[in-house]
Each structure stands twice: as structure tokens, then as C-alpha cells.
Design a protein around this ligand. Structure first.
Ligand SMILES: Nc1ncnc2c1ncn2[C@@H]1O[C@H](COP(=O)(O)OP(=O)(O)OP(=O)(O)O)[C@@H](O)[C@H]1O
Length: 480
């Protein structure tokens, strides 16, 4: 997570800025006070890679009160609020005058061009960090139930575990569950993202260093493997380990001893190893990018987590739990889900799995402002919709795989049949088409503004116009 720099101080507050741009969300912890600049230029505290955002677009003033100032951007800064209009609610947009600030509340949705930004309570403050304090994992799909039942049995045995599955599918959550159900539950659970650090930093993080081992080593520091004593170490993205660290890790696994960088004698350690990867590690072994001996050491048993699109029965309960959490962080009552909203969620392909679902639901709760989540609040990418039922390949059970030769450890990637299909797709297309026509009408045919209103990149918007056969309006003309 990138941290927003403050021009006054760098003390992190209890808030973060979620930036929804180009179908991705990035999160930036906000300082307790000061100014945070936003814009396309990399010099901004929060750079936003979206052509509809100006190089220097806006400034957030952190309070109290919190306020936003537009810096004369080309596509504007608009605060989206719902106002009740008789029995219905109506979306109103407020635009700050250039050079003047407009007050913001936590949870307000603001459009910078077509990028949506929202200030939220920071993860780990009001809402829990991944895998921590979120209560029990939600497990309802039969293949997931079998997987978790096997994980319970594995938890009690002194065996290394390799977790396979797509990004965001829940490998870290399962790793922590195994730790909590193991005899090491009272010990630490320590996670290291092997992809996030340079080779030398990774080495000193994992194994520690002695004083003077390198120029900045002014003090001796135990490594992660030592701090996890009597607990569990999760090596996340283990497929990214550079070859030199692979050799050292193999030695640790064989000897159960760790040698600090610059150290003279190895220290015994007592930790359990769980590794996780979204790569096909067996294929990495075959092409010589991952050591076979280390693969066998880590792969005491391999458990494969099915992708979310193969766990349709879990989508609605997960969505409800995520919506409740977001609403409670924003001090709002838990929202209801329209039937069509749940159908749309179940028809989506979820390439980013539960992490993507979380982003979509957080954004929907913010955008809805009201008490019911409607399909138009989801802003799902139509390109990631599942094909109609009849066009999908036959489902294969996502079974856990016992320790075996490299061939046995390929992640599952099958698409099961789901409720709905072509009819539902058609319904969703009709909803999206109507939203686009309405937005164009509201913006007097201005495509840039209509795309921004829908929180859609302009290029996607234009592609949708031709996909739905909506004539591209000439400047200043509304479309029907
Ligand atoms: N069974 C579950 N119930 C509730 N929430 C879950 C469950 N599994 C995963 N999540 C949530 O989904 C998000 C992604 O989960 P997690 O970090 O475990 O995925 P991952 O497979 O380790 O991802 P990556 O490969 O990117 O590291 C987290 O916010 C996590 O809390």
C-alpha cells in the first residue's frame, strides 16, 4: 500500500484514501493533518494513472474538518451525494469553485474526472486487516468445506503446507486458520511477502543480521524466522524467491537452524512453514526457475483453493458480510441487496476473487449512499462476466491434492455451471444500456461527463456505446 505523503507531517491518521481507477483500487494511508495532493503527475502525494485526471487535479485538506479543493482541473472534482426526493433518492453532484474548498465526510464519494475517490477508516483501525479479527472465514461451498476439513487435520500434524490458488482467493486466510487450529496457535503467525522485497532486504528480513554485517546494520536484528519461534511462518508469493535465497531457505528447512547475515554460528529454530503462491510452482520447477528440492520440502501437502467463480454459494454471504463491515465503518446501517444485485454478483467472473469482491462492495456501499445496493452501484466490468451456462466448460471438483510429484500441484482453474445464464446477462445488459442513455441525457450528450458520472473510463464508455448500438452523440446533443 502506498502511503500518501503529507506536506506538514507524516503521522498516519486513522483514515485512508481508496482510489478506484481503471477497474483497480489502491489504498493510501492518510496523515492525521496536512495537505495531500492528487493528480496524474507522479509528483503528487497520490498519483492517479487516469487520462481524465489532470496533472495537478485536487488537494485534500485533512482536518478537522476534511475538505477538498479543485486546482482548476479539466474534468472537474464532483462530490456525489444522494438526496431524498419524495419517496425516492436522487443523486446530486456538487462542484467546488476553483480555489475554494468543499467539506467532505468520511464515506463521501468524489469523482476526479472518471476516477472515484473515497476517504474510509483505515484497515486495521475500524475495519480489520485481512485475516485478522474478521471472525471465522466464510466456508459454504462443498469443495471448500472439504478443503477446510482437510486443513483442520493437517493443522495438527508437523507438516509443511503449500497453498495454491488464484490471487485474492483466500490463501492467507486459510494459512492463518491452519495456524489458529494448530498446537502453535499461542505462538506468533508471521507473514512475509517474498515478492515485495529486494534480494538483499529479503535475506536480512528472513534470516536477520549481525551488527556491522553491512553499512546500515548498526544493530544486530533477528530475522523473521527467529521471531516466529514456536509459531508459523507464511511465505507468501514463494514462487518469487530469488535462487540465492532458495538455497539458504532449503538449508534452514533441512537443518532447522538459521544463520544471520554476517553471523558465525547457526541458531536453532522451531517454526512451521506454510507457503503460498498463485503460480504453477510445478511448472516453475520444470522450467528451472524454482528448485525441485525446495519444492518437495515446502510441499508436505498441497491444498488448492478454488477460485470464487467456482464457489457461487459463497458469493452472497461474502458480499453481505463485506457490506455490513463497510457500512459499520462508515457509521451506516447494513444495506440490503436487491435481487438483481445478487444475481449480477453471481454472474461475474471475479478474476481478482474475494479481494475484487471486497473492492466492488466497498465502492457500491459508498456509491449507494442509501439502504439498498442496486446493480448500478456495482460498476462491474462486463468483460469479466461469466459466459452463459451452456458455453462454460464442465466443472471439475476443486479437490485438495496430497503431496506428490510436481505434476500434481497445478492450481484449479475451472468454471462451474451457475444459476442464471444468457437471460440474466441480457437483463444486466439492458440495465447497463439504460444507465448509459440516462447518463448521456443528464450530461446533454457530453460523453466525457457521462463516463465520469458513471465512474467509467471514457474509452470503456465509448466502447459500450458501440457495443449497445447507441449512436455517438454530436457535441451538445442528448441521445435516446
Ligand atoms: N473464506 C473467507 N471468508 C471471508 N473473507 C475471506 C475469505 N477468504 C478470503 N477472504 C478475504 O479476501 C481477501 C483476500 O484474501 P487473502 O489475502 O487470503 O487472499 P490470497 O489468496 O492470499 O491473495 P494473494 O494471492 O493476492 O496474496 C482478504 O480481504 C480476506 O480477508
Amino acid at each position: 500500500m502506498a502511503s500518501a505523503k503529507s506536506t506538514r507531517n507524516d503521522v498516519q491518521g486513522a483514515l485512508e484514501l481508496a482510489v478506484f481507477a481503471g477497474g483497480r483500487v489502491t489504498r493510501h494511508p492518510l496523515p492525521a493533518e496536512g495537505r495531500v495532493s492528487l493528480g496524474r503527475s507522479p509528483e503528487n502525494d497520490v498519483p492517479i494513472d487516469d487520462s481524465s485526471v489532470s496533472r495537478r487535479h485536487a488537494i485534500i485538506h485533512l482536518g478537522p474538518p476534511i475538505a477538498i479543493e479543485d486546482l482548476g482541473s479539466a474534468n472537474g472534482t464532483r462530490l456525489r451525494r444522494e438526496r431524498s426526493a419524495g419517496p425516492t433518492t436522487k443523486l446530486v453532484e456538487l462542484q467546488p469553485e476553483q480555489g475554494k474548498t468543499m467539506e467532505l465526510s468520511v464515506g463521501d464519494a468524489v469523482n476526479l474526472g472518471s476516477t472515484l475517490i473515497v476517504i474510509l477508516p483505515r484497515e486495521g483501525t475500524a475495519s480489520a486487516a485481512p485475516g485478522q479479527g474478521q471472525g471465522q472465514p466464510i466456508v459454504l461451498d462443498p469443495a471448500m468445506e472439504r478443503l477446510y476439513a482437510l486443513a483442520e487435520r493437517v493443522a495438527g500434524a508437523p507438516i509443511t503446507v503449500l497453498l495454491l490458488g488464484e490471487t485474492g482467493a483466500g490463501k492467507e486466510v486459510l494459512a492463518e486458520h491452519i495456524h489458529r487450529r494448530s498446537p502453535r496457535a499461542q505462538g506468533p503467525f508471521v507473514r512475509l511477502n517474498c515478492a515485495a522485497l529486494s534480494e538483499s532486504l529479503l535475506e536480512s528480513e528472513l534470516f536477520g543480521h549481525e551488527r556491522g554485517a553491512f553499512t546500515s546494520a548498526v544493530q544486530a536484528k533477528p530475522g523473521l524466522l527467529e521471531t516466529a519461534e514456536k509459531g508459523t511462518v507464511l511465505l507468501d508469493e514463494v514462487g518469487e524467491l530469488p535462487p540465492s535465497i532458495q538455497v539458504k531457505l532449503l538449508r534452514v528447512l533441512e537443518e532447522r537452524k538459521v544463520m544471520r547475515v554476517g553471523g558465525l554460528s547457526p541458531r536453532p529454530i522451531d517454526v512451521r512453514f506454510i507457503s503460498a503462491t498463485n503460480r504453477d510452482l510445478a511448472a516453475e520447477v520444470k522450467r528451472g526457475a524454482f528448485r525441485e528440492d525446495l519444492f518437495f520440502r515446502l510441499n508436505g501437502i498441497a491444498l488448492t483453493i478454488p477460485p470464487l467463480r467456482a464457489r457461487i454459494s459463497e458469493i452472497a454471504p461474502l458480499a453481505r458480510s463485506l457490506a455490513d463491515r463497510t457500512a459499520s465503518a462508515l457509521g451506516r446501517p447494513a444495506p440490503a441487496f436487491a435481487r438483481e444485485t445478487l444475481a449480477a454478483l453471481e454472474a461475474h467472473g471475479w478474476p481478482g476473487n474475494i479481494r475484487e469482491l471486497r473492492n466492488v462492495i466497498e465502492r457500491a456501499v459508498v456509491l449507494s449512499g442509501g439502504d439498498t445496493l442496486l446493480p448500478e452501484h456495482l460498476l462491474l466490468d462486463a468483460a469479466a462476466a461469466l459466459p452463459p451456462v451452456e458455453a462454460r466448460p464442465a466443472a471439475a471438483p476443486a479437490e485438495p491434492r496430497p503431496a506428490a510429484a510436481p505434476e500434481a500441484a497445478a492450481p484449479a482453474g475451472t468454471v462451474p455451471p451457475a444459476e442464471g445464464g444468457g437471460g440474466l446477462r441480457g437483463e444486466l445488459d439492458a440495465i447497463e444500456r439504460k444507465r448509459i442513455v440516462d447518463a448521456l441525457e443528464q450530461c446533454a450528450g457530453n460523453q466525457t461527463q457521462a463516463a465520469a458520472l458513471l465512474g467509467m473510463p471514457r474509452r470503456t464508455f465509448v466502447a459500450r456505446l458501440s457495443a449497445y448500438g447507441i449512436p455517438r452523440p454530436r457535441k451538445g446533443k442528448a441521445t435516446r
